[in-house]
Design a protein around this ligand. Structure first.
Ligand SMILES: Nc1ncnc2c1ncn2[C@@H]1O[C@H](COP(=O)(O)OP(=O)(O)OP(=O)(O)O)[C@@H](O)[C@H]1O
Length: 248
């Protein structure tokens, strides 16, 4: 066996799905991330919580290549890289932005068709992927032919997440999926995602304000405040730290 290859393969297996070190970022010269060190393990659901403006969305955007870092390093499965949306998507990362981001004039079917087309999947593979997502989120079938702009916030959120799952990501970046959703609707959405995450060993970085529901599906929690991490632990630990919970 080639020892160098074997060691490299082992390192890649053990490496976190995503790691950032010393990450700094700003908007127009105002620093909003001030040295973030974070690991997202393989198969882990990590919930990022914190006040409005703490920098959570910016961190997700940097990881998908939608905002540049001023300093620091991003590693994907142990490999340093400069994130760019096309590179990240090719490497199995999917990003669901805050606010859904679905085209209001297209039907759900058209939105999925467009996603399959941009992923250059052949028709057979495309159908299999759609069937898989519809099996996971069967409620999508109820509004399959409707324009996204006519759907409720929760339904649009489901479309947005379903579209992201079409690519069978190994790493899912989810920015506040609960926004505008009643707790029951959020549960309907997050429970099947947690199920597929466990089946496939997918890693999820979940930004949430709605800590009650989000903690129920998370393995670990990181709290941020004003661009720095202030706490890291299990959801149970954080619930026990009432003082910390008042911070966000
Ligand atoms: N496009 C932008 N231009 C300028 N400043 C921005 C921009 N986006 C975010 N900011 C600022 O960067 C800081 C971090 O914002 P960010 O959206 O990352 O925080 P957040 O923790 O996700 O907040 P929220 O929970 O409200 O979404 C805030 O002060 C915000 O005002």
């Amino acid at each position: 066996m080639n020892m160098a290859v074997s060691v490299a393969a082992t390192t890649a297996t053990l490496a976190p799905a995503v790691a950032v070190r010393g990450l700094r970022a700003s908007y127009a010269g105002r620093e909003v991330l001030s040295g973030i060190d974070l690991d997202l393990a393989g198969g882990e659901v990590l919930c990022l919580v914190g006040h409005n403006g703490a920098g959570k969305s910016t961190l997700l955007k940097i990881l998908f290549g939608l905002h540049p870092a001023d300093a620091g390093e991003v590693m994907l499965r142990g490999r340093p890289l400069k994130p760019h949306p096309s590179v990240m998507a090719r490497d199995g990362v999917a990003y669901v932005p805050e606010g859904r981001g679905v085209f209001p004039g297209l039907t759900v079917k058209e939105i999925f068709t467009l996603a399959l087309w941009s992923a250059s999947l052949d028709a057979g593979e495309g159908r299999a992927r759609v069937d898989e997502v519809l099996e996971l989120l069967p409620k999508l079938k109820d509004f399959w032919g409707k324009r996204a702009g006519q759907l409720s916030g929760g339904q649009q959120q489901m479309v947005s997440i379903g579209r992201a799952l079409l690519s069978r990501p190994s790493i899912l970046l989810l920015d506040e999926p609960s926004i505008g959703l009643a707790p029951k609707l959020f549960q309907d959405l997050i429970t099947p995602i947690r199920a597929i995450q466990q089946r496939r060993g997918m890693s999820i970085l979940l930004v949430e304000q709605n800590v009650g529901e989000a903690f129920a599906v998370s393995d670990r929690v990181v709290a941020m405040k004003s661009g720095v991490m202030i706490y890291e632990g299990t959801p149970e630990d954080l619930r026990d730290h009432a003082r910390l919970l008042t911070l966000f």
